[in-house]
Design a protein around this ligand. Structure first.
Ligand code: DX5
Ligand code: ZN
Length: 218
């Protein structure tokens, strides 16, 4: 899908009505799937067995965001079950390039995520190893938190660096993205936008996705 991409986070969906909740986001670009292990983050969601069913049910491709320790052990399985992209945290691995190559070898887009306090510079020389970089705009772990504008200079610097190197890496933001904040993130260089509460909290989800896309373009 072309930029700007809107990826609703199913963390904000009704977990026991997942089939219907996935159908509601059919006009969005990717279903963003937050896997949490109560170790890397202080919250727990679901694992590969659930995501396999989500993959089989979703009308749109999956964008899996792993907020887990030991991603070497788990990330390949999400690529194998058919997720379009698998993103692990830079803070959780000592070999981000090796893991990205493994994911690409299985056929998934490889993503690396950084928390608000993690610098972007270590990624500059390895940008080509990734298909997408996720700049967290809240501390990972929970939906419904406030957007952190102080992460925007880091995003802008990553966007400048990608441009300078002629890289086509996607730049994603996640956390507190809404009608009020998506414009700032787009202006700083994001092309892919995760939104949980702003999408699932809307009365008309299709209209909310269209509106967010328009605001990201403006
Ligand atoms: C937070 C998750 C996000 C979350 C975003 O740790 O990674 O994907 O669902 O939710 P909102 O859009 O409500 O901030
Ligand atoms: Zn996420």
């Amino acid at each position: 899908p072309a930029a700007p991409r809107i990826n609703p986070s199913i963390l904000a969906a009704d977990f026991v009505n997942m089939q219907a909740e996935l159908a509601r986001i059919a006009t969005a670009d990717f279903a963003h799937v937050d896997v949490m292990d109560n170790h890397f983050v202080p919250n727990l969601t679901f694992g590969p067995q659930m995501v396999e069913r989500i993959q089989a049910t979703s009308p749109i491709p999956l964008d899996v965001h792993l907020m887990i320790t030991d991603p070497e052990r788990w990330a390949p399985g999400y690529a194998e079950l058919g997720a379009a992209s698998v993103t692990f945290h830079l803070e959780a691995t000592t070999d981000p390039v090796g893991l990205a190559r493994t994911l690409r070898g299985i056929g998934a887009r490889a993503g690396v995520a950084i928390k608000p306090g993690t610098a972007g510079e270590p990624l500059y020389d390895i940008l080509d190893e990734f298909d997408q970089i996720l700049v967290m705009t809240v501390e990972p772990g929970f939906g419904g938190q406030g957007f952190m504008p102080e992460t925007m200079p880091k995003l802008r610097a990553l966007a400048d660096e990608a441009k300078r190197r002629g890289s086509d890496v996607w730049l994603q933001v996640d956390g507190g993205i809404s009608d009020a904040t998506i414009g700032q993130a787009a202006a700083a260089g994001a092309d892919t936008f995760v939104a949980g509460s702003a999408v699932y909290g809307a009365h008309d989800i299709e209209a909310a996705v269209t509106r967010l896309r328009g605001l990201a373009r403006a």
